[in-house]
Design a protein around this ligand. Sequence first.
Ligand code: GAP
Length: 503
Amino acid sequence: MAKSLLDSVMTICLRRGILFPTAEVYGGLAGFYDFGPVGTRLRNNLIRLWRQHFIESQDFVYEMSGTTLLPAPVFKASGHLDHFTDPSAECPRGHITRIDQLIEEKLKIQAEGKSNTELSEIVRKGKLRCPVCGDFLGDVKSFGLMFGTSVGGERRQAFLRPETAQNIFLAFKRIQTATRSKLPLGVAQIGKSYRNEISPRQSVVRVREFGQMEIEYFINPDNLNECPLFSDLKNVQLPIVTQKVQQEAAEKESTEYSTKLVTVEEAFNKGIVPNQWMACILGNEMKFIPQLGIPKEVIRFRHMRPEETPHYSGGNFDLEIKLSIGWKEVIGNAYRRDHDLQAHMKESQKDLSIDIEGTKVIPHVIEPSFGIERLLYCILEHTYRPKDESRGWTWFQFPLHLAPYEAVFLPLLQRPELEEIARQLYEKSRLLNLSVLYDERGRIGRRYARADEIGIPFAVTIDPQTLEDNTATLRSRDTAEQIRHQLEDIPSLLQERKQRKGF
Ligand code: GAP
């Protein structure tokens, strides 16, 4: 049987130590992955680019860094303790299965928003069995997704956060005061979140510990149609899947959706999105994602159906990316109104409103929420290149600004004089703050293959001709073309390319 794309991508990831199961030597722990040196560089580069694009380019956005463990009342107020569950059913042998996913996969029926009784009925009528052992499935129950613990001698109940957002709501008032900000104010956080998923799967697409990059934009409710980013973003094209399209597809028992291409300005003017801010947030994402090597054609914004969104939502739009395993939500964009601040005010009895010209205002919030590992997986799939006649190995075509290293230095032969020059050039490049590798082991073809496999854009080869004319070849990963350059020009050439690699 042909290998799936996910398996092909994971084969390189394991071989090159990009990412791999946590505690592998003990058989792993389902839903947990570690990143090796190359994966960590990729992940850090993705975070750097996100920070540049969404935080540093906007003077009203600040970054915070909160703890991952928070006291129980936080999640009482946020609703996670009571409602953050997935429907599941157990078979007599004790295997627990996530039922909404099973129904959608096997019966192609939308399960979101259905009660446990309705889901039990679908399981029974659809004759669904335990996917692990084939035994029958019991009644559908709600399975809590929070990881809980108790803290200190007083054993205070606490939970690992399932999203980074809650720290931001809790810190909002302090940050607003400390930065002397008016509205709009954006507070961003990059960090780990934890969900005790019933069926973690598909590599890092669904895991139990993952990174999120979230921003809460706090906006004066009177100014939801005055986004400072509008003039820059109004012409960006948005591929939207409307609720109507989904409704019509559901009537035909289909999950194939057509997209409507509109500009940010049209999306706002025609009321496709709830306000100008939401239109701009989607536009900004549409500017960012294709620069990661993900083609525009595989991106869409799906307007979530009413049964998928909480009652307080003013409109949610998921950015979805098409993968070999189907369309996956990678960014959740939610217009949360003032729900979170109101909920924490009620639970904590603290005033989180701010004073605007003598009036107490509770800001409205729009939240884009990115999953780091899921986005990284999308990048891996869309930059993966299979072997072909011209190249006998698989490789990744990472954009220059994401690639884990800028170049690798290779002496062609195991001769001390070639190795010496290659090392000197490598050290010189490091001094210029370039991320470079030195590799002298194995046949040159194998070394090019190793470099391509981890997506290094350039390889510099020192060969016997170098000793005669002080030149070396610069090989491009994308074309495999090699061009000779003077040795002294090479570090600055690489540096020039690095400087060009920002967005
Ligand atoms: N604060 C809103 C929030 O957390 P979400 O839609 O539950 O919204 C946002 O999550 C993003 O986090 C998702 O779009 C996805 O990229 C990522 N994510 C959520 N659960 C995940 C999981 N179990 N494994 C990997 N990534 C996940």
